[in-house]
Ligand binder design. Structure first.
Ligand code: SAH
Length: 305
């Protein structure tokens, strides 16, 4: 979450205690992504369906969102390519926790890169809105294929390759139920995304979710992108958890991991002189991932030194 988002959502503290405020951060994320798309930072042909009024964000916010989008994209593509040299290319799954209005599935589908199964979870208020929008716009609906069924009331979309369900992700038995309903196969390679969502949960819930994922999926990558607040209880707990995973701050990721050609391209898009602020801001965001590699297909996955 970037500062503008925190304001729109009433701040992280407010958001943690109020579902409506948490969901507002999702509206804000979509608006910020659209701002980036409009400026040419990245391509997303669907996010505009989720934003009522186009707003322009400051260059530093656009660059932050670009970096966030870019690192997730790069690691996700590494996952999707993993094991592709072997004879039996495995079917792959993606599970997005607190997916909000993310449109990655539809974009991947356009690019011919979508995995066998893409499952998204969020609160019902959010999934109902998302289901309504998917139902309304043909360019989205047609990506689901002829077997799709959409329930706006339940906030559910089920199709062969894409599924959207409502769930409070703190409810672990519900997660198990959803996995069954979505017909996910826990033995298939799975990429689990927690992008700007764990920060709204208490540390015990986060622990339970991470443990659940690691016990459930034997061949999986758990990806998280979060703001780091080292001084609060959540931050302390997260940092303890991160010690068991590969973690990097976004400044390092932006400088060393995002493709240099892409970086040069986006740095020419807007005048930018807030370097000090940029450094400070990016140091307070991180990406971490944990890997279960029962099949030995993730040797080439991750940040390279
Ligand atoms: N991951 C998306 C959305 C981030 S906003 C993105 O990066 O664009 C955070 C989202 O997490 C919101 O849509 C909010 O409704 C959802 N969320 C927060 N707590 C949740 C919970 N306990 N269960 C399910 N979804 C939750």
């Amino acid at each position: 979450m970037e500062p503008a988002e925190a304001e729109a959502g009433g701040g992280i503290a407010a958001a943690r205690s109020s579902p409506a405020a948490v969901q507002a951060t999702n509206d804000d994320a979509a608006a910020s992504k659209l701002s980036c798309v409009t400026k040419g930072y990245m391509k997303d042909d669907y996010v505009h369906h989720f934003v009522r009024r186009t707003t322009k964000r400051a260059p530093i916010i656009n660059r932050g969102y670009y970096a966030r989008w870019s690192v997730l994209r790069k690691l996700m593509l590494q996952f999707l390519n993993a094991g592709s040299g072997s004879d039996d290319q495995k079917r792959k799954q993606i599970l997005s926790l607190g997916a909000g209005f993310d449109t990655t599935f539809f974009q991947l589908q356009d690019e011919g890169l979508a995995p066998y199964l893409y499952v998204e979870l969020d609160f019902q208020e959010v999934t109902s809105k998302k289901a309504a929008i998917i139902n309304h716009y043909n360019d989205m609906k047609e990506k689901l294929g002829p077997d799709a069924s959409i329930s706006i009331e339940k906030g559910e979309v089920t199709s062969t390759n894409y599924k959207l369900f409502s769930a409070d992700i703190r409810d672990i038995p519900k997660l198990d139920a959803v996995i069954r309903m979505a017909e996910m196969d826990p033995s298939l390679p799975t990429f689990i995304i927690a992008e700007c969502v764990l920060i709204y949960l208490d540390p015990t819930s986060t622990d339970a979710i991470v443990s659940w994922a690691s016990e459930k999926f034997s061949s999986a990558i758990f990806f998280l992108y979060e703001q780091i607040h080292p001084d609060d209880a959540f931050g302390e707990q997260m940092i303890r958890n991160l010690e068991r995973a590969v973690a990097r701050d976004m400044l390092k990721i932006y400088n060393d991991f995002i493709d240099s050609g892409e970086r040069r391209r986006i740095e020419r898009l807007e005048l930018f002189d807030e370097f000090e602020e940029w450094h400070m801001m990016q140091e307070h965001y991180c990406v971490a991932y944990g890997i279960n590699d029962a099949e030995g297909i993730f040797d080439d996955f991750g940040f390279k030194e």
